[in-house]
Design a protein around this ligand. Sequence first.
Ligand SMILES: Cc1ncc(COP(=O)(O)O)c(C=O)c1O
Length: 373
Amino acid sequence: MNPQPAIYLNANATTPLHREVMAAMMPALADFFANPSSVHKPGQDARALVDSAREQCATALDCDPRELIFTSGGTEADGLALRGLAPRKIVTTAVEHPAVLDACRGVETVLVPVSRDGALDLDALRAALPGASICSVMMANNETGVLFPIGEIGEICRSFGVPLHVDAVQAVGKLPLLIARLPIDLLSCSAHKIQGPKGAGLLWARRSLRLSPVLAGGRQEKGRRGGTENVAGIAGLGAALELAARSLPESGPRLRALRDRLQVTAQAIPGAHVAGVRAERVCNTLNVAFEGCDGETLLAGLDLAGIAVSTGSACSSGSLEPSPVLLAMGYPEALARGAVRFSLWSGNTEAQIDRVCAVLPEVVARARGTRTT
Ligand SMILES: Cc1ncc(COP(=O)(O)O)c(C=O)c1O
């Protein structure tokens, strides 16, 4: 089965594996098969791959390699951050990814609201923090790209003595991210959003925090995450983080220019609403809702034109519910239903964006013609 040639604008859902990352994974897939916990030579060779990837990750993120815990991705990293401290009260935001919101289940949780532009209500945050065991705030929103001011939020959390977890899954590779400069305590990453493999990620956790494993079993990752290491995935994560850090000075401005060009075209269509248009956003994301449209119809129309987008976060696609993120931003339900998300990656070209700009007005016009409610 050959993948369809498509203009792929769904990078916040996942990205293709970079050939350089694939090459970094090949030794683990082909030759270094042994268990890194084994004391024999083949085991130690596999261990060396894990150690070297840990160093690569720590260099890319500017953190202590001993504070990195490899996980099966962003979801597990979020779950470990939120459950590993056995919190009694969690403060988080109304627009977090389900990986965070679902990890809060069963624990007293305060959801801090956002404005129509997606900005976090910092007064409500201050009011919620007393008595909290942990605060969890995403760096970049997966649906809108809106950035939260992590430095300021971290200082606020510190003033209340509450550790801050940052879900940086959608920020890595899209803005400079140096952990040592941030007043934070935990941070989640995922490889497949930055042209790494699916099923690999990490949690950075400040050494002073006593994290209990969520996946208990073996003593891997210094007892913080049981289970034989995914050596190839970890090698891929290291390579992907290094590649992302190296490419950012070129890819960041280029993607922003392409995204902005698409945004101008979208905004010229009457009844278009760009989410977080007055907020700071990551360079690659454009979420636009068209009045009188169904996102699913828009998605289908664009798909027919060979353009792959999403109607919200990938994890909630397939359900026809309007996006909880847009609802939390105060969108009326009907407008939230008309949203599509364009999320760019480094493989997108000017010619591709020109093509999207050329077909978008017609696709929206046709979608408006078909809406029944
Ligand atoms: C903000 C955010 N957090 C967490 C995740 C989950 O990451 P993973 O797919 O690696 O489990 C995602 C994935 O879409 C995400 O966008």
